[in-house]
Design a protein around this ligand. Structure first.
Ligand code: NOJ
Ligand code: NOJ
Length: 608
């Protein structure tokens, strides 16, 4: 501690002399601070978008997670199967690492909601033949979305199976095997049946634009089939179609590799290079902390994945002006793919964070293996960040190993530093940031952006997710077959969770939602008997937000942090210029719930 402090002081003093090693240390400490702060913002940002207690989630059912609270330009007020599964996988891993019981409540709600969602008929199809499971998004109340869309998207069921299996494994290890068997497994089983049946059919990619085969989807499917088989066995069942299809999915996975990088979309006819953050994001679910640097399963530390990292990230260096002048050895802003035109094509927070996360995960793998092997495939990646890199194997403890790992850590931190630079001071993470000036763009508070931050930060601190069995699922069949295994689908109906011990929340984010029609110039406030609500002083009332106001849903909402158990009275008031109108009597009475939940929402209509 003392040593660190004096190093910091030395850094500050020597800053004018530009001692590079010291300034790198100084930067790292500053980045550490930012990450620590942003972690609570990211977690709160996710929970705010979770129905139905979330501060920004009025209208979303219990357990359904919004992609973003944004309802126009773009309208993301839906629940996507992909986004939700990725976010909940991050929450499950965080719950396992921290024991935060509030997260467990949210996870249980999510799983219960998915049991029902699986059965909803939609434009992709129905539940009876599984086709409906490929539907990408639903209305926030859990009904089908019937507008035009790029459908089906076949990554959703695979990603959901992975998220649920992670939680199922925790249940089994903590004395709740019955819940794993009777609640989690029936849902997972349907998703695995879907993957085994449809993995070899084309569908829309994760960006919802291209119909073909997508690396991200195939990678997620392979993983789900492999861990699904083992999970089936652990609940006393089996998944024969997982076993028959997984090697074939792995076979298809190899076909995206063109010798230099991953061509993210194949079996399509599009004018693109194929370099796409699709593949870097895939490294987040190919990552297995127990695997070596296997090329066939595209581990983060594999020569192929490193070559791909360079090809994809370099493709953004010249297209975004905010990247101009950044050296090849330094992280840059990363988008979906360089030809992207969505909102004119910009960097995405989640893609830039994933570029860092792949490298932190790779560092974990090198450390575990005790060496780094540079091959002709990965050489150009290494040379860009460490110019004297050469092919060979470098054992930990050697000076080359230290130099390589330290260069990789600095390089990874560079991507996070870009995200820090373009994150507004309130910590809010939108979907994109402007390619020319870095200003946040498109959907605000993108739930997936926050989850991408949390998983990056976990990887950076060596908190890794569980193994999925990659080390024994890396043998590629000598010939690929276009196969499929057909199964049957049964509605999962048991959502009767055991009572888990939980920590009663002391402080609660209390949201007030009120429906009341207003005209421009009028604002709605909440005022009440406690000081946090202005102690009945209308000048100290809390102003509500009309960002989601519509004529058919005249919603005003806002939240304050209160102590659990606080009892108070309140009312809504309308202000227009200096005039204040109170809603009619009686005063409303409320007690902040004292449960394991850290958020609560009141839903009111103006008394008038
Ligand atoms: C909305 C999709 O979500 C997005 O990924 C896509 O780029 C645009 N539509 C344009 O097709
Ligand atoms: C558009 C993105 O392209 C897609 O991946 C995502 O699922 C939706 N937005 C919702 O966040």
């Amino acid at each position: 501690m003392l040593l660190q402090k004096s190093l910091l002081v030395a850094t500050l003093v020597s800053f004018v002399h530009c001692i590079p090693a010291a300034s790198a240390l100084y930067k790292r400490a500053a980045l550490d601070d930012w990450i620590a702060n942003e972690t609570s913002t990211a977690l709160a940002g996710i929970l705010a978008n979770a129905g139905y207690n979330g501060a920004k989630a009025y209208g979303a059912n219990q357990g359904l997670l919004l992609a973003s609270p944004s309802t126009t330009n773009p309208d993301y007020f839906f629940t996507w199967t992909r986004d939700s599964a990725l976010v909940f996988k991050s929450l499950v891993d965080r719950f396992i690492a921290t024991g935060d019981s509030n997260l467990q409540v949210e996870i249980n709600d999510y799983i219960s909601a998915q049991a029902k969602l699986q059965t909803v008929s939609n434009p992709s199809g129905s539940f009876s033949d599984g086709s409906g499971l490929g539907e990408p998004k639903y209305e926030p109340d859990g009904t089908a979305f019937t507008g035009d869309w790029g459908r089906p998207q076949r990554d959703g069921p695979a990603l959901r199976a992975t998220a649920l299996i992670a939680y199922g494994r925790w249940l089994q290890s903590n004395g709740y095997s019955d819940a794993a068997t009777n609640i989690v497994w029936p849902i997972v089983k349907n998703d695995l049946t879907y993957v085994a049946q449809y993995w070899n059919q084309t569908g829309f990619d994760l960006w919802e634009e291209v119909k073909g085969s997508s690396f991200f989807t195939t990678a997620a499917q392979h993983r789900a089939l492999v861990e699904g088989s083992a999970f089936a066995a652990s609940v006393g069942s089996s998944c024969a179609s997982c076993d028959s299809q997984a090697p074939q999915a792995l076979c298809l996975l190899q076909q995206y590799w063109n010798g230099q990088y991953i061509v993210s979309n194949i079996n399509v006819n599009i004018a693109r290079t194929g370099k796409d953050a699709n593949s870097i994001l895939s490294s987040l679910h190919t990552f297995d902390p127990s695997a070596g640097c296997d090329d066939t399963t595209f581990q983060p530390c594999s020569p192929r994945m490193l070559a791909n990292h360079k090809a994809v990230t370099d493709s953004f260096r010249s297209v975004y002006s905010i990247n101009s002048g950044i050296a090849a050895s330094t992280g840059v802003a990363v988008g979906r793919y360089s030809e992207d035109v969505y909102y004119n094509g910009n960097p995405w927070y989640l893609a830039t964070l994933a570029a860092a996360e792949q490298l932190y995960s790779a560092l974990y793998q090198y450390n575990k293996a005790g060496s780094i092997t540079i091959t002709s495939t990965s050489l150009s990646f290494w040379k860009a960040i460490y110019s004297s890199a050469a092919t060979g194997t470098y054992a930990s403890g050697s000076s080359t190993y230290s130099a390589l790992t330290s260069a990789m850590k600095t390089y990874a931190d560079g991507y996070v530093a870009i995200v820090e630079k373009y994150t507004p001071s309130n910590g809010g993470l939108a979907e994109q940031f402007d390619r020319n000036n870095g200003a946040p763009l498109s959907a605000v508070d993108l739930t997936w952006s926050y989850a991408a931050f949390l998983t990056m930060s976990a990887a950076r601190s060596n908190s890794v997710p569980a193994s999925w069995g990659a080390a024994s699922a890396n043998k590629v069949p000598s010939a690929c077959a276009a196969s499929s295994a057909t199964g049957s689908y049964t509605a999962a109906t048991n959502t009767n969770w055991p009572s888990f011990p939980c920590t009663i929340a002391t402080s609660v984010q209390q949201t007030f939602n009120v429906l009341t029609t207003t005209v421009p110039g009028q604002d709605i406030y909440v005022v009440g008997s406690i000081s946090a609500l202005g102690s009945w002083d209308t000048a100290k009332a809390i102003k509500l937000d009309a960002g989601r106001y519509r004529s058919d849903l005249p919603l005003w909402y806002g939240s304050v942090t209160l102590s659990a158990g606080t009892a108070f009275e309140y009312k809504y008031i309308r202000k227009e210029g200096s005039s204040v109108t109170w809603e009619s009597d009686p005063n409303r009475s409320y007690t902040v719930p004292k449960t394991c939940r850290t958020s609560a929402a009141a839903r009111d209509s103006w008394q008038g």
